[in-house]
Write a protein that binds this ligand. Structure first.
Ligand SMILES: NC(=O)c1ccc[n+]([C@@H]2O[C@H](COP(=O)([O-])OP(=O)(O)OC[C@H]3O[C@@H](n4cnc5c(N)ncnc54)[C@H](OP(=O)(O)O)[C@@H]3O)[C@@H](O)[C@H]2O)c1
Length: 278
């Protein structure tokens, strides 16, 4: 049971990944991202989730350096974008990301979306980066079960993480079961459904009962399910709120009630039908 902000899960290669991280999608590549990261690290976050397409890797690198916390205590994730997929383009994209981040190793490198024509070649490049010790762990995002089954036909190394849209309206139970039985950790993106869920009557009621907020109900639900979660905020008060999850516990009945909110509703694109060509 998650007890403190530095709690981790162990990936199938033995690497420990913090269960809570800061998402930085839509943060500008400037002082906003730098300040948000510094504030998050100050209040105890140790994991940052960025991507090449967020165009803020330079600011993330600056935030990490200015945080004053030793590099080895931080867990940094970035992702290869769709137009950079394929073997050599992925290796090149990795070098570009590392230069922007100003890092000499990465903790987790992810395939951003399953570009059907190229994800197998992309994965070969990810395996090479892993074998060379440039990344501590490799994984994917937005892979359905059929993508994972297909990838694993040719993969030498199984993905360590699958980062997917996951919140109470889209609890992804079947995919979670599949990943768990294949030793892949699940990481929730848009855990707060981009703010859309925060006036849901059940979450408001449970929050009132615990003297907490609806956002904290969702994030605690993630942690109690062993799901890695990466809420994004640029608001100092919310960055603190989203990490203040360790002085209460949801009962099995409350967990079940939140489980039952599922309607399979997405806020983002379905990975079988996405259109991001840029
Ligand atoms: N792999 C992928 O394809 C993928 C896709 C999407 C996202 N992601 C990752 O997942 C991270 C999180 O997802 P997300 O940014 O889409 O959505 P999210 O974390 O579900 O929601 C972020 C939104 O909620 C607001 N918010 C945060 N904490 C709050 C709180 N305690 N109370 C009220 N509002 C709150 C934020 O506002 P303020 O910032 O204004 O405070 C922001 O508008 C991203 O940043 C990114 O790192 C990955």
């Amino acid at each position: 049971m998650a007890k403190q902000i530095t709690d981790t899960c162990t990936l199938h290669n033995g690497i420990k990944m913090p269960l809570l991280g800061l998402g930085v999608y839509k943060m500008e590549d400037n002082e906003q991202a730098v300040d948000s990261i510094k504030h998050a690290v100050k209040v105890g976050y140790r994991s940052i989730d960025t991507a090449a397409i967020y165009k803020n890797e330079t600011a993330v690198g600056k935030g990490i350096k200015e945080s004053g916390v030793p590099r080895e205590e931080l867990f940094i994730t970035t992702k290869v974008w769709n137009s950079d997929q394929g073997y050599q383009p992925t290796l090149d994209a990795f070098e570009t990301s590392m230069k922007k981040l100003g890092l000499d190793y990465l903790d987790l490198y992810l395939i951003h979306w399953p570009v059907v024509e190229s994800y197998k070649e992309t994965w070969k490049a990810m395996e090479k980066l892993y074998e060379e010790g440039k990344v501590k762990a490799i994984g994917v995002c937005n892979f359905h079960q059929h993508h994972l089954e297909d990838l694993m036909k040719s993969a030498v190394i199984k993905p360590m993480v699958n980062q997917i849209e996951l919140h109470p309206l889209l609890n992804q139970q079947e995919l979670r079961d599949f990943c768990t039985s294949n030793e892949m950790a699940i990481e929730a993106w848009s855990p707060l459904a981009r703010g859309r869920l925060l006036d849901h009557p059940l979450l408001v009621e449970l929050a009132g009962k615990h003297g907490k907020t609806p956002a904290q109900m969702i994030l605690r639900w993630d942690l109690q399910h062993g799901i890695i979660t990466i809420p994004k905020s640029v608001t100092p008060r919310r960055i603190e709120e989203n990490a203040d999850l360790f002085d209460f516990e949801l009962s099995p009945e409350e967990m079940k009630l939140i489980d039952e909110m599922n309607t399979n509703e997405r806020t983002g694109q379905n990975p079988d039908n996405f259109h991001f060509d840029f």
